[in-house]
Design a protein around this ligand. Sequence first.
Ligand code: THU
Length: 177
Amino acid sequence: MIFNNYLYVWPTDNPISMKKQTFHTEFICYDSLDELPESDRQLLLLAKKSLENSYSPYSNFKVGAAVLLRNGQLFGGSNYENASYPLCICAEQTVLTTAANMHPGVAPLALAVAVRNPKRVIDRPGLPCGACRQVICETEVKNKQPIRVILQGETGSVFVFENGLDLLPLAFDKTFL
Ligand code: THU
C-alpha cells in the first residue's frame, strides 16, 4: 500500500507474511550558509534576524523562522513563550499561521528555521519539534504543495528537505477523519 509516499505493509497475525519495513529520507547537507542557493540563503538570514524577536524568558532558547510564499511575500516569526509552559508557541507555527492569515490561499514555497542557545553555540541544524512537523505537513496537505525546509543552528551545516513530509514519515492526516 502506498501512503504518504511510503510503501508499507500491515503486519498480520501470520508471521510468515511479516515484512520489515524501512524509511528512506533524502535531504541535502550544505557545509555552511554560504553554499546555499541565494534564495535559501536569504530566507535563512531572515529566520536568523527573526530570532532576535524571540520572547523566550523561560527557556532562553531562541527560534526564528521565515516563510517564502509562492507569491514572493516573505514573513519572519519567532517563538513566543508563556508562564504557563504548555502554551509556548513555536516559531514555525507563528510564521506559518501568520502567513496563512495575511495571504489566504497562497501556499508557502519554503520555510527556514534558525536557533540560538545563549548557553552554548549550536553547531548543527535545529530540528523542528514533532508538533511543528505536523503543522508543516498540514500546510502542505492543505495547499497540495510541498514546502522546502531549510534548517541551521547558530553555525555549521545546513539541512535542506524538499518536502516537509520527509520530516514526518507516516504523518497523521485528514484521510483518517
Ligand atoms: N521551539 C520552537 O520554536 N520550535 C521548535 O520546533 C522546537 C522548540 C521553541 C519552543 C520553546 O519556546 C523553546 O523553543 C524551547 O523548547
